[in-house]
Design a protein around this ligand. Structure first.
Ligand SMILES: Cc1cc2nc3c(=O)[nH]c(=O)nc-3n(C[C@H](O)[C@H](O)[C@H](O)COP(=O)(O)OP(=O)(O)OC[C@H]3O[C@@H](n4cnc5c(N)ncnc54)[C@H](O)[C@@H]3O)c2cc1C
Length: 403
């Protein structure tokens, strides 16, 4: 007979652990299991600072076992498929596990292979990325090697990504590093983005345009990285027609540094399961986080098919909503009336060493501030928040179900 758990959580990252901890605090009688293959839990937001040489890489990871709440079963395996119609999950080992309630929190998949030549080129020859524990330190190495006459590019893919601000955060930090080392204007700094604008929320966009002007950085829109020729230090970009979205031509650039944010998508096993929507994400109601077709399935975090910017900060607001709704459905077969998620996300935009702008906004791109100060301007206090306060809040608060 298949193993059975009352509540089964797929993924023990930011969302999975937070939900498990909150459920345990609310109801210790629940039988909860987390399926998570990784022995290590990462604090990914600090990888931007690692890439800029201002954070200890080792402090961004801790053993997963330290964060599995007591009384929760840890299944150290990888899920191969979900059959929600049968209340069943199948592991890569072939074992089936059944459940009464399912939470899908498996994060986002990084598709390195979707840029030709990138898997071979990454981590050497100036090709770097903050998207990975073992990758981020090389960004700092490349950054320090820049010299007059060099060209530094920063890319953004044409897919949803985790932390929409990450592509530009490292660009501003690089620009500031160059300024502090007498290289501003001597090293070309350019963002290559398929998007239409620098940032979707006007008040933050205006502030960021000033940051761009201050550094003299270039920003190319409608430009999408499609190939890295690592042997020649060349990057190939599609040029997109703004009106039709069609590719109108290609631009080939020599680079000395290229920080790549890779294409990303829903994890393949979710795309192939019955819980997925047409785009592959878990098909949940964007306010209640309950599945649109399977009432005993919930999802949050990067895997969820909610149209917010995907961040850990979004998870912090989603988790109490999801937990309250799931507990209410368990008891009364309906979601609560008062717990809704309105798309809150927050993007701590490091605009230089020692300064940060905190962009908080909702589904409608309306500012959604949580602090009693004006965070639309780069501030030293926000830098302290990012570097010293948020990591402690994460490890000690959020993952313990307290924040
Ligand atoms: C460079 C960078 C900078 C960032 N900066 C910020 C920031 O400043 N602020 C912010 O709020 N957020 C930031 N983020 C984003 C943030 O880290 C994520 O949005 C957040 O971790 C999402 O939580 P999650 O639980 O959905 O996914 P994750 O935390 O990624 O966890 C997903 C888990 O699912 C597991 N999993 C995957 N596949 C399977 C499977 N088949 N079976 C079982 N388990 C599986 C994985 O092992 C993983 O542990 C940043 C991310 C990066 C990479």
């Amino acid at each position: 007979m298949a193993r059975h758990h009352q509540v089964l959580i797929i993924g023990g990252g930011t969302a999975g652990i937070t939900v498990a901890a909150q459920l345990r605090r609310k109801d210790r009688s629940l039988g909860i299991a987390i399926i998570e293959p990784s022995e290590v839990h990462y604090y990914q937001p600090a990888w931007t600072l690692v890439g800029a040489g201002t954070y200890d890489l080792q402090a961004t990871r801790k053993p997963t076992t330290d964060f599995i709440p007591s009384g929760v079963t840890w299944i150290k395996e990888r899920v191969a498929t979900i059959a929600a119609a049968e209340n069943k999950v199948t592991l890569q080992t072939g074992e089936d596990i059944t459940y009464d309630w399912l939470v899908v929190a498996a994060g986002i998949q990084i598709d390195w292979h979707k840029v030709k030549g990138l898997p071979e080129a990454i981590g050497k020859g100036g090709v770097c990325s903050n998207y990975g524990f073992e990758k981020a330190p090389y960004t700092w190495e490349v950054l320090q090697s820049l010299k007059a006459g060099d060209k530094a590019f920063f890319t953004q893919p044409n897919t949803p990504i985790k932390c929409g601000g990450a592509p530009q955060k490292i660009m501003w930090l690089t620009a500031d590093y160059l300024r502090r080392n007498g290289l501003q204007g001597k090293v070309a700094v350019e963002m290559m983005s398929p998007g239409t604008m620098l940032f979707g929320v006007e008040v933050f966009r205006n502030a960021l345009l000033k940051v761009q002007a201050r550094y003299g950085a270039k920003w190319s829109h409608y430009t999408n990285l499609v190939e890295i020729r690592g042997d020649k230090n060349e990057a190939v970009f599609d040029q997109i027609d703004p009106a039709t979205g069609a590719v109108t031509g290609q631009r080939v650039e020599h680079y000395d540094m290229i920080h790549v944010v890779p294409p990303q998508s829903a994890p393949d096993f979710i795309k192939q399961s019955d819980v997925a929507n047409a785009d592959g994400w878990v098909d949940v109601d964007k306010h209640t986080l309950q599945h649109n077709r399977f009432p005993n399935v919930f999802s949050l975090g990067d895997s969820a098919g909610t149209p917010n910017a995907k961040t850990g900060a979004a998870v912090r607001k989603q988790a109490p909503v999801m937990v309250a709704n799931m507990l209410r459905v368990m008891k009364e077969n309906k979601v609560t009336e008062d717990k809704r998620y309105f798309g809150y996300t927050s993007c701590p935009l490091t605009t230089g060493y020692g300064e940060m702008l905190l962009a908080e906004f909702d589904y409608d791109n309306n500012p959604d501030p949580s602090l009693p100060i004006n965070t639309t301007k780069p501030r030293w206090s926000m830098w302290l928040l990012k570097k010293y306060v948020l990591p402690v809040m994460y490890w000690q608060g959020m993952l313990k179900g307290r924040a």
